[in-house]
Design a protein around this ligand. Structure first.
Ligand code: IVH
Length: 645
């Protein structure tokens, strides 16, 4: 209680660090670590053949800096942006493992650590009458975390997300009383004698670690001196396996050159020192900040929000952006710009934002609003009634057009080799392409006028396009980018449309003539086509622009190949329903084989049904079929039907 002073603050003072609180570079593999050593060797030719590494646990908490003047704690600060942090002295004082005044060791105690008599005297002098900065990590142990959350749950309060954010959130509490309840622990990882270079008073990082303990700080007994990188790897592997046994969370090791002279010689590059490296475990979760949300426009005009993140290491990769899927997801997460979020990446799954750490909000976070205008064409955005997506409905929107073209040429669609994203963009900006039909009007002369288009490349592209002038109908239907139509539904539709023709090839206009007369109900009666997809198909074919597009494809002599005629059409026009379980086929196999012979499968019995196939333990369908006088066949009889020529 002595440690809790004063009243709650209304805000924290900003303070400028005397020495910047830099950050660390991350390594995720042995190769990364060896490369690091190699880089250092190149940089410092005099690097010892076998430098010693002091390996410390990388505690997953919050960095704090403590300034002692004449042995007394005067100022405690968070890292902030590295240059300026916040004055959280009152909060840090509530942490029992932070001495309010430094313990004064005897000269003998200091000498035992390998310091010279002169050094020992200097150090004592500084402790008593000088200035010393101790930096380290404030953490919450797993036990305390559990205890607090149990309590919070009982009180109906929002739970703490994890120990790291619990520690961070605690230090940002304006009321020191609350901080005291949170029982944080502090471990030092750096001593800075303000008026001296590190190596003037200390020889090694190991020595510094031991000295901090003499001054009254807690010591991490797990820290180890390693004399080869292989030893470092073994240590890291061991902790990666056994980290659960520790009372607190760690996310890797911090591997530091033990010789502090090397620190001065190697120095800092960019945002972090050369002389130490965070050797990280492969994390599945990490916290980071959402810097921005951008809206990306897809080929159906749908706008997808993407979070731009402060880069963070996750599962062995650095993650800097993450899809938020749609606006509802933003609302569900209650995400705001500037929020700290938990990111997750399980296995090779794409990283996602799992939750927002509202406890860490500063009040400066901004609400995210859905765009009212398309980021590209500035036309108004519409939201479908029963859909979560916002769409740019301007069919001429450049971005949408671009996406559509890229989609049209892509592998599962028209599969035009060499017509990838970059080239499409180039052709669109040169006004050579406006819609997919223009692809078939491209001439070599046009291409040769473009940047980076030599004879060969132009020839290849023209040839690739010519090769696809005879296009399978299903590919074409998919390539058109009709809302909700995927590869499979395109195949179903191609099969259906084929019924309208006797020939094997049709023109785009013939396709239009066949499709435009299909009613909404007819679309919906197709296998695997639901009401939403049916509506989309209907709208597409009724749209006047579709006719114009088909006419254009026609002019450029695109030929559509109907799906291969089924070899055996013995079940054409016959419909089947299955009941009970078959012994020699799965349901899906039975359905596929009926379809392969031109037959149809239905889900329920009706007067129009031709056959009911009855397996083991048939259901109520058998009775219904009997009532309606439908032909009922056994599995054997069905197989016989299938084997007919
Ligand atoms: S030395 C140059 N040693 O990790 C910064 N940092 O990812 C000096 N951390 O901001 C850091 N355990 O808060 C060091 N044994 C350890 C550490 C450690 C945790 C934190 C530290 C730093 C962050 C960088």
């Amino acid at each position: 209680t002595q440690r809790v002073e004063g009243r709650a603050l209304s805000r924290f003072e900003k303070i400028t660090h005397r020495q910047a609180m830099i950050s660390l570079y991350d390594a995720f593999s042995e190769t990364d670590m060896r490369d690091w050593e190699k880089r250092n060797r190149n940089y410092l030719v005099s690097l010892p053949v076998q430098p010693e590494y002091y390996c410390e646990l990388k505690l997953d908490g919050l960095a704090a800096s403590l300034r002692y003047e004449n042995g007394v704690l005067r100022l405690g600060a968070t890292r902030g942006d590295g240059k300026t942090g916040e004055d959280v002295t009152a909060n840090l004082k509530t942490i029992e493992s932070i001495p309010l005044s430094l313990r004064v060791p005897t000269k003998q105690e200091i000498e035992v650590l390998g310091f010279s008599i002169q050094q020992a005297e200097k150090i004592k002098e500084i402790i008593l009458h000088g200035s010393l900065e101790v930096r380290g990590e404030a953490i919450m142990t797993k036990d305390v975390f559990k205890m607090i959350n149990t309590k919070y749950q009982a009180e109906g309060k929002a739970l703490l997300a994890n120990t790291r954010n619990a520690a961070a959130g605690s230090l940002r509490q304006l009321d020191p009383q609350i901080v005291a309840e949170r029982k944080l622990v502090f471990y030092p990882y750096d001593l800075i004698f303000s008026d001296y270079r590190r190596s003037e008073l200390l020889a090694t990082r190991q020595q510094a670690d031991a000295l901090a303990a003499l001054l009254g700080f807690k010591k991490l007994e797990h820290n180890r001196l390693c004399v080869t990188l292989d030893e470092v790897f073994a240590l890291k592997n061991n902790w990666e396996k056994n980290k659960e046994k520790l009372p607190f969370f760690i996310d890797g090791l911090v591997v530091k050159f033990n010789d502090l002279k090397l620190w001065e010689q190697l120095g800092i590059v960019g945002k972090a020192p050369r002389y130490m490296m965070a050797y990280k475990f492969s994390a599945e979760q990490a916290t980071t900040k959402v810097l921005d949300v951008v809206w990306q426009i897809g080929r159906t005009g749908a706008l997808t929000p993407t979070a731009i993140l402060e880069p963070v290491a996750l599962g062995g990769v650095t993650v800097a952006r993450s899809t938020l899927h749609n606006f509802d997801e933003i609302k569900r997460l209650d995400l705001r710009l500037g929020d700290t979020v938990i990111m997750e990446r399980a296995g090779d799954v794409i990283p996602k934002v799992v939750s927002v750490l509202k406890e860490l909000r500063t009040g400066e976070e901004k609400l995210i609003t859905a765009p009212k205008h398309c980021p590209r064409c500035q036309q108004p955005i519409e939201k479908d009634k029963d859909e979560v997506a916002f769409r740019c409905v301007n069919k001429n929107c450049y971005a949408v057009a671009l996406r559509r073209l890229i989609h049209f040429a892509s592998k599962p669609a028209a599969d035009i080799e060499g017509l990838g994203e970059k080239i499409v963009e180039q052709l669109v900006s040169a006004s050579l392409l406006e819609d997919a039909a223009d692809i078939y009007a491209l001439r070599k002369e046009d291409l040769l006028l473009l940047d980076r288009f030599a004879e060969k490349k132009a020839d290849n592209l023209i040839q690739a396009i010519a090769q696809r002038k005879n296009l399978e109908l299903a590919r074409f239907l998919f390539a058109l980018g009709i809302l909700h139509i995927g590869v499979e539904s395109a195949q179903t539709i191609a099969q259906e449309l084929k019924r309208s023709f006797t020939q094997t090839e049709i023109s785009p206009l013939q396709l239009h003539q066949a499709a435009v007369v299909i009613s909404l109900d007819q679309w919906q009666s197709l296998d695997d086509i639901g009401p939403i997809v049916a509506q989309s198909l209907y709208n597409f074919w009724q749209d006047e622009d579709t006719l114009l597009l088909m006419e254009k494809f026609n002019r450029h002599q695109l030929v559509l190949m109907l799906p291969a005629t089924l070899k055996n059409n013995s079940l054409a026009g016959k419909s089947f329903v299955l009941t009970g379980s078959l012994s020699r086929l799965t349901r899906q196999e039975a359905k596929d084989r009926i379809k392969a012979r031109g037959g149809q499968t239905r889900d329920s019995v009706s007067r129009q049904l031709d056959y009911l196939i009855v397996g083991e333990n048939p259901g109520s369908k058998l009775k219904e079929a009997e009532k309606l006088g439908i032909k009922i066949i056994s599995e054997d009889e069905f197989l016989k039907l299938l084997s007919q020529e």
